[in-house]
Design a protein around this ligand. Structure first.
Ligand code: ADP
Ligand code: MG
Length: 656
């Protein structure tokens, strides 16, 4: 090896040594700097390994909503207040605070670039500081790390940190240094100071705080300087911590005006309070239509305050309503607009569900499919259904008001939510052939009125009452005093046909082919002899062969010459499928219909006469009969065919 190389190496080693010296002296200076916060000598300690790892992620990762650190610190401060309140209740000897009212005071200083969160809660002794903030292995830090490791590919969602029991460390998302001054409620304890920059170690020493409680001073990172503004802080508090049960102030101004009223006793809350909470919470301007406030202990311990808004915004052409129920655990927001707490069809409900039993380590994924959440969902949904059932029974006017506005959601539920279908069907309302216009009835009342001979529940669809009542379909029902529900929207038919039956009674559209019709034979005996009728039918089948599935003598007609029955579904559904296939360009689902004729009607007798006379006009008349029946069924008919037929009829009528 040449001397040159040797020299070069020595030089390098020297350089490295110099750098190391500089680094050490800088660290010493920094340590002194931190010592300045403490009132006496302080001791430097290392964080546990997994906390170092956690801090490393918290400090360095890209995050979206780092303002959640404030929620964590405020919730710790509120917990500390709660703990001292509890100790007081137990009659423990505790150090009194200067201000007897427990609370959280936040001060911001935009010159110093600091933010201080101070409480007069339980405080911490030296041992507690060491235990709680750095030394003891939190199982939570490990599980949070593994949660983050699992989601490495995505931007980690650090907002869950609090649920892993390590929320305090989120302060380092925005802090370059954190200084804690604390004085425990234990009368023997001395004030302590804890300082850290989150880089592997912290110092602990004698503190300066003279009043019971804890202050956490955050020296903000440069890019978080906006947090030294009172307005930004207030906004964050409004978003995450408005319902903390202790007063929170920012630079001496109280900010959390609305308390967690859902955990209060119902008797203590006025209607105005309820309404104000709704407006604040849902960002709404209308009065809620209804509210449901309840607590439950089993199978889960929960408190819920839910509202039906004043109006259904989807009806006004707004987009699909966003979920509106927020999930809390002991007054701390876990998830806004929680998706899984209610089924999709209940998306119009606003409010809060506060469940004490949520495990600390619940993550967004487990929130989505945890058995716990399903349980919660079932509990809350069935309470809502019971609530409406009660309202429908006790205050039907009020219920109908709700139905007019939100009934469409219940229909959606009946079609999609199999688990709650029976309860939902109970809640459906319709006009019927036995109600006055505008008056509504439910399926249960309908069943109560059913004569014994009637086995099914019938409905007829049309754009309005008059058009339903005009058609040929209601004739038999009128004659035999069977009630028919009127459905004005395609969705009604969709739901009823999908559901199929209620309380073991089939749900049938009046235009569906069905064996169960009452026989009007006695009241309306056939006038055409059987043989004649049979050959007329054969002839009609031949003439209309590609257009109908079958032709037969009707037992349900009195005044109309013919009626078209749908097989397997209703005409309104065939129409829907027809439109859908037109839109999608796919071949339509070929629903074939049955033409039923009334041989007592003069039109049919006329056709029969022309047919036996071999008059070619018999064909035109038969085709026109079908077109009229199709129109009465609400099916779309080719207007050119219609016009040609009509012109021929006109010519005939005018004697040509
Ligand atoms: P968690 O609140 O889930 O226990 P954190 O990381 O937020 O987890 O806090 C850790 C612990 O530090 C708390 O359990 C509490 O004992 C202690 N602590 C934090 N902030 C305060 C405070 N302001 N007053 C008293 N103790 C506190
Ligand atoms: Mg916490």
């Amino acid at each position: 090896m040449s001397e040159d190389t040797n020299n070069h190496e020595t030089q390098e080693i020297q350089e490295i040594q110099e750098i190391q010296e500089i680094q050490e002296s800088q660290e010493a200076q920094e340590a002194q700097g931190t010592q300045a916060e403490s009132a006496g000598p302080s001791e430097q300690r290392e964080f546990r390994a997994e906390i170092c790892q956690l801090l490393d992620i918290v400090i360095n990762s890209l995050y979206t909503n780092r303002e959640i650190f404030l929620r964590e610190l405020i919730s710790n401060a509120a917990d500390a207040c709660e703990k001292i309140r509890y100790l007081t209740l137990l009659g423990e000897e505790i150090r009194p605070a200067d201000d007897p009212e427990l609370g959280v005071k936040i001060t911001v200083d935009d010159k110093e670039n600091t933010l201080t969160i101070s409480d007069n809660g339980v405080g911490m002794t030296r041992e507690e500081l060491i235990e709680n903030l750095g030394a003891i292995a939190h199982s939570g830090s490990k599980s949070f790390l593994s949660y983050l490791a699992e989601h490495q590919d995505q931007t980690p969602d650090l907002s869950l940190i609090g649920q892993f029991g390590v929320g305090f460390y989120s302060a380092f998302m925005v802090a370059q240094k954190v200084v804690i001054q604390t004085l425990s409620g234990d009368p023997e304890a001395e004030a302590c100071c804890w300082v850290s920059e989150g880089l592997g170690s912290y110092t602990i020493g004698a503190g300066t705080r003279q009043d019971r409680g804890t202050s956490i001073k955050i020296h903000l990172k440069e890019d978080a300087a906006y947090l030294a503004g009172a307005e930004s802080i207030k906004l964050i508090i409004n978003k995450y911590s408005n319902f903390v049960p202790y007063p929170v102030s920012v630079n001496d101004e109280k900010v959390n005006t609305v308390e967690a009223i859902w955990v209060k006793n119902r008797k203590e809350i006025s209607d105005e309070d309820y309404a104000e909470f709704y407006k604040f919470f849902a960002g709404a301007y209308d009065e809620p239509l209804a509210r449901l406030h309840f607590a439950s202990d089993a199978p889960l311990s929960l408190q819920a305050l839910l509202y039906v808004p004043g109006s259904n915004m989807e009806r006004f052409g707004f987009n699909r309503t966003e979920r509106g129920v927020n999930l809390f655990c002991k007054k701390v927001l876990i998830q806004e607009k929680c998706e899984n707490i209610l089924p999709e069809w209940l998306r119009f409900v606003r409010g809060v569900v506060d469940c004490e039993d949520l495990p600390l380590n619940i993550s967004r994924e487990t929130l989505q499919d945890s058995a716990l959440l399903q349980k919660l969902n079932r509990m809350v949904t069935s309470r809502l259904l019971k609530f409406w059932e009660g309202q429908a029974r006790d205050d039907s006017k009020k219920y109908e008001e709700f139905w007019q506005e939100f009934g469409v959601f219940l229909k959606e539920g009946a079609a999609t939510d199999f688990a709650n279908r029976q309860e939902l069907l109970k809640l459906l309302r319709f006009e019927s052939s036995m109600t006055d216009p505008g008056e509504l009835t439910g399926l249960d009342e309908y069943i109560d009125r059913m004569p014994e001979s009637q086995k099914a529940i019938y409905f007829a669809s049309g754009p309005n009452r008059a058009s339903i009542e005009q058609g040929p379909y209601l004739e038999i029902f009128r004659e035999s005093h069977w009630e028919v529900l009127y459905t004005y929207q395609t969705v009604d038919d969709y739901v009823l046909l999908n559901v199929g039956s209620y309380r073991e009674k089939p749900l049938l559209s009046v235009d569906q082919e069905n064996e169960e019709m009452p026989d009007l034979g006695a009241a309306n005996p056939p006038q055409m002899d059987e043989e004649k009728a049979a050959s007329l039918i054969d002839w009609l089948k031949d003439v209309l062969q590609d257009k109908v599935k079958d032709v037969r003598i009707s037992k349900r007609l009195v005044e109309s010459p013919a009626v078209l029955l749908s097989v397997g579904t209703s005409h309104s559904m065939s129409r829907l499928y027809q439109t859908m296939s037109e839109v999608s360009g796919l071949p339509g689902n070929a629903f074939s219909d049955i033409l039923e004729i009334n041989t007592n009607h003069q039109v049919l007798q006329g056709i029969e006469r022309l047919r036996t006379e071999e008059d070619p006009f018999a064909r035109t008349a038969a085709e026109q009969l079908l077109i009229s029946a199709q129109m009465a069924a609400g099916l779309s008919v080719d207007p050119r065919l219609l016009v040609t037929g009509l012109n021929e009829l006109l010519a005939k009528a005018l004697g040509h």
